[in-house]
Design a protein around this ligand. Sequence first.
Ligand code: GLU
Length: 282
Amino acid sequence: MVVHTRFAPSPTGRLHLGHAWSALQAHDFARANGGAFTLRIEDIDGTRSRPEHVEAILRDLEWLGLGWDGEVTFQSRRLALYEAALDDLRARGLLYPCFCTRADIAASLTAPHGPEGPLYPGTCRGLDAPDLSKPHCWRLDVAKALASLGDPELLWHDAFAGQVRADPASAGDVVLARKDAPASYHLAVTVDDAAQGVTHVVRGVDLFAATHVHRLLQALLGLPTPEYRHHPLLLGPDGTRLAKRHGAPSLEAMRLAGEDGRALAERLRNGQLPVGIAAAQA
Ligand code: GLU
């Protein structure tokens, strides 16, 4: 079996133990199967991405002993690919411009709720003469997109959850091109995983819901569906996903304090976690 996994951090902050945990799983799965492990920097968010975070990510992974294969890829240099996918979907009438602000959506009494918060209530769907000189994003008309495919059953396989039937409508009409960025996470990640030949998407279970959308995009764009491994997360002392707010030191801080990164990676592999941190059950 050919295996290609990737670690795809967004350089919007320093990495912490939760990132090390995820990178380790993607790396080790590839290595255990004689496969490739690559690094993709998800830096399409020009306002929040910082070169100094990129630099720290590279040093942190080297420090942990998680070497990657080939060149590091940067989403900010792959915008033409996302643009082509957007043009294709737009030409098929599956996208519509949306002028709503976050506040408009939050204030809408009709906004249904999905697992990730309020779903877009469809205010701008079917506008007669949208004024594209005003700031707008582009949303996928999910119902129309599914209908254009003949309302197929879309499945994916997850190493932890087994066979999953995608329910793209659960995320509502997602944004595929942002007001402030030429593509959204959903579009860029789906296009890149396919273009780079990623066979196994190893990432935290916090991104499980996103895969419903990614599976639909794969069907629309004629892309293969990789295997998924949505792994359990590291939890902080309050039992929620380990995050910056828990005050855990960044990997960089541990590295600069002279801690042995390879030994840390080994402890993570053996489930020896720092005090207060636990791994969620699979
Ligand atoms: N860039 C995303 C993040 O840092 C992860 C993307 C993915 O693994 O699909 O949360």
